[in-house]
Design a protein around this ligand. Structure first.
Ligand SMILES: [Zn+2]
Length: 422
């Protein structure tokens, strides 16, 4: 992805730099050739040449671009899980994914880690974004996800003879786990996404207390992935699934819904980050029924929401790492609502806006393994910066409103926001 040449000064705003440090009133950020060279009080800023671009933050907030840590670019706001695999051909899903990537950037997400993608689309979407063919977040790709046969994601009945090839690699046993990882490595993914447990979405077959992979399968997937220097994550709701994932050496946990003290101790010992994705649960409870979601599924989401919020509080209080990401791409939780996750954590989980923003910026970059490049506004980092009209520390929900972005910058180039066209 190209960076902008020349210099720019962003001033007249409050700096929230993503490190968790107190905000700096009347701050300035100076950008040179796409990278930050100064971030701090305006009075300490270096001289800038007269031809430098000047961006007036209008008394608002200057903060790092957000990182969506659980992004499904190919989930096209489906109302039925089965639609994910069979409703559209790969050609159309690819176009939808391009649109979702542009939307995420317009929503202030300058980077995103894929939580799984149909047909390896995210690998090629990443290439198109990196080559500036299409606009979107800096991506980490996962491609198809791995699940045990008969588990949560194996929903097409055998008599339909459909398989699940576009969405999931189904495995039976450690050998097939290794085979699946080798295919994904060849496909070009960076993360191996797995399904160690079920979910409230499948109350009759693989609910949120059911395991969908054996420990041996998980350990084989981790060994093979690490051999190829790839990272492993997994959909972990059930307590035993969380422990299996930590013991197997997973690099991240999605959800980590039902933590107990032993799981917390294991998590902290390994410093494994967690992406809870809780707004999805609230949206399922509030809006699911209008899309025909059965009561048994809604009840499961209620239990998941409560358990997930308790676990997130435990992890934060104990000093663990949390990323913000939200499984957007369902009819009741559509693309574009990504920042609702942040509002949810402030209003319903009890995080401070500063804690939430740090999770959504610095920790997100750490999860992507790119904390030395972005995630905070500090000298030497890429100028992936949001200039927001308003004080996000007093009202974090401002970030849900795209019209409040003055600038969404990647590498110093303004890609979206009110100043993008000027
Ligand atoms: Zn997901």
């Amino acid at each position: 992805m190209k960076t902008a040449g020349g210099m720019a000064l962003i001033a007249n705003g409050r700096l929230v730099d993503g490190t968790g440090a107190p905000a700096v009133a009347d701050a300035a950020v100076v950008v040179k050739d796409g990278k930050v060279i100064y971030a701090g009080p305006a009075r300490g800023a270096p001289e800038i040449p007269p031809d430098a671009r000047r961006i007036d933050a209008r008394g608002g907030t200057i903060m790092p671009g957000l990182v969506e840590a659980h992004f499904h670019p190919t989930y096209f706001d489906v109302a039925e899980l089965a639609d994910l695999d069979i409703k559209y051909p790969v050609e159309y899903v690819t176009i939808l994914a391009v649109c979702n990537a542009r939307l995420a950037l317009e929503c202030g997400y300058t980077a995103a880690r894929s939580g799984g993608s149909l047909h390896n689309i995210d690998v090629w979407l990443k290439k198109a974004i990196e080559e500036d063919l299409v606009a979107g977040p800096r991506l980490a790709a996962s491609g198809r996800e791995i699940c045990g046969a008969g588990g949560l994601m194996d929903w097409n009945p055998d008599h339909l003879k459909l398989g699940m090839d576009g969405l999931i690699l189904l495995i039976n046993g450690p050998d097939e786990g290794r085979r699946a990882v080798r295919k994904l490595v060849k496909d070009g993914v960076e993360w191996i996404k797995t399904y160690p447990t079920g979910d409230a979405a499948a109350p009759d077959t693989a609910d949120h207390h059911t395991l969908c992979m054996t420990f041996d399968e998980m350990a084989a997937v981790v060994a093979e992935s690490h051999n190829y220097h790839r990272k492993v994550t997994g959909h972990c709701r059930a307590t035993q699934g969380i422990k299996n994932a930590l013991k197997a050496g997973f690099d991240c946990l999605e959800h980590a819904t039902f933590m107990d003290q032993e799981a917390l101790d294991m998590l902290l010992e390994r410093n494994t980050p967690v992406v809870p994705a809780l707004q999805f649960e609230l949206a399922s409870i509030e809006k699911g029924p209008s899309f025909g979601m059965p009561q048994s599924v809604v009840d499961g989401h209620k239990e998941t929401l409560e358990g997930g919020a308790d676990s997130a509080r435990l992890i934060l209080k104990a000093g663990g790492r949390l990323g913000m990401g939200g499984d957007y791409g369902f009819a009741w939780n559509p693309h574009g609502g990504y920042a609702k996750e942040l509002t949810f954590f402030v209003r319903h989980v009890g995080f401070t806006p500063m804690e939430t923003i740090t999770c959504a910026t610095r920790t997100g970059a750490e999860i992507m393994g790119r904390a030395s490049e972005f995630g905070t506004i500090e000298p030497g980092k890429l100028a992936d910066i949001l200039v927001v009209d308003g004080d996000v520390l007093s009202d974090i929900s401002i970030l849900e409103d795209r019209s409040r972005f003055l600038a969404v910058m990647q590498g110093g180039a303004i890609k979206a926001g009110r100043l993008a066209a000027t």
